[in-house]
Design a protein around this ligand. Structure first.
Ligand SMILES: NC(=O)c1ccc[n+]([C@@H]2O[C@H](COP(=O)([O-])OP(=O)(O)OC[C@H]3O[C@@H](n4cnc5c(N)ncnc54)[C@H](OP(=O)(O)O)[C@@H]3O)[C@@H](O)[C@H]2O)c1
Length: 316
């Protein structure tokens, strides 16, 4: 007689989003899980009563929140939009954390490199006082430049402030959480019509239409491939990593310009790529000059170039 083991009940919110759809695919491929996939039509996470009642009834052991407000420039210039961003990114994660705590469930929540200022502290080599003018200890010393999991967040635009509000709300309201910071997500476009396309999709379209594109050669950071992130999320949970903050992104820090040069080379697009400064590209919200996420806790993901090659091969 065969005995069925009980499946793990996992709830994925924001299931139609770029990341959400990959999470659903990865968890559904594993028979150990019973997956419930909810998007905006199933639950409005800004409604605390709904969050409490609906999730209590479902009683998941794992809640993964991939829902978010991502219109960085719109919420900078429009008060109503900023309120909407605060509700989804800032307050709702706290509601999810409260119900996760009540149900003794694990909460996974995603945040952003935009919680950082863009001016990372640059460490000195071990033993150096830091007040030398390049002592011998600096010879061959190449510090990793960016922000690790313990760096102090200091957002410089409203979107980043709402994401930091969300991190704080999660930390205040439950203990069993993974806050996973990521940057520049790319992958298959989200299902909803209004969904933002990833930078690579936008640049591919432009490259096929234009002879020349102008791209910001600043704002160094990492790209994150949605399927790699979804797989890593599952690994973090299954490895029972200590609860806390994690940085997950593909390797290879670069500017937007450097990434487009790579993209066009891979896609054999001959369009000329012209590097410009961020001041040449008017946007409402400030961007961090450097927002590379340093990961000190996990095995690293593959390089974004390998992930991008796979994305192009499978989708174009
Ligand atoms: N995209 C990036 O470059 C980037 C960078 C750094 C961090 N992140 C973070 O990564 C995570 C995943 O982002 P993503 O790009 O996959 O997002 P996305 O594609 O914009 O998807 C977000 C999903 O959340 C849903 N949603 C929005 N408001 C909701 C509400 N009130 N209740 C329930 N569902 C709601 C959306 O539904 P509708 O389609 O109906 O609106 C959408 O399906 C987010 O935490 C995001 O902040 C993303």
């Amino acid at each position: 007689m065969s005995r069925k083991t009980e499946k793990i009940n996992v709830l994925i919110i924001g299931s139609h989003g770029m990341l959400g759809q990959e999470l659903v695919r990865i968890f559904k491929n594993d028979d150990d899980y019973k997956v419930t996939a909810w998007d905006r039509k199933n639950i409005d996470i800004t409604d605390e009563k709904q969050v409490k009642e609906k999730i209590k009834k479902l009683a998941p052991k794992i809640i993964i929140n991939a829902a978010a407000y991502n219109a960085v420039d719109l919420c900078e210039k429009d008060k109503k939009e900023f309120e909407a961003a605060k509700a989804v990114n800032g307050k709702a994660p706290g509601y999810l954390a409260k119900i996760a705590k009540k149900l003794d469930a694990i909460l996974v929540h995603y945040s952003s490199d935009y919680v950082f200022s863009g001016m990372p502290e640059i460490s000195e080599p071990q033993g150096c006082s830091g007040s030398c003018a390049m002592c011998h200890l600096h010879e061959g010393f190449a510090p990793e430049i960016g922000f690790d999991e313990d760096a102090v967040p200091e957002p410089i635009q409203k979107y980043g402030k709402t994401k930091l509000m969300g991190e704080i709300a999660v930390q205040k309201n439950c203990e069993n959480y993974y806050i996973i910071r990521i940057s520049k997500l790319f992958g298959k476009p989200a299902k909803s019509k209004e969904a933002k396309k990833s930078f690579f999709d936008v640049m591919l379209k432009l490259g096929k239409k234009q002879k020349e594109v102008r791209v910001v050669d600043e704002e160094t950071s990492l790209f994150t491939y949605a399927p790699d992130l979804a797989r890593k999320t599952k690994q973090i949970i299954e490895a029972e990593k200590p609860f806390g903050i994690y940085h997950v992104a593909n390797q290879g820090a670069c500017t937007w310009y450097e990434a487009v040069v790579e993209l066009y080379k891979m896609a054999k697009i001959k369009t000329k790529v012209v590097p410009v400064g961020s001041e040449d590209f008017l946007r409402s919200a400030k961007r961090p000059y450097i927002s590379t996420l340093i990961n000190t806790k996990l095995n690293p993901l593959r390089s974004y170039k390998l992930a991008l090659r796979e994305y192009l091969k499978n989708n174009f």
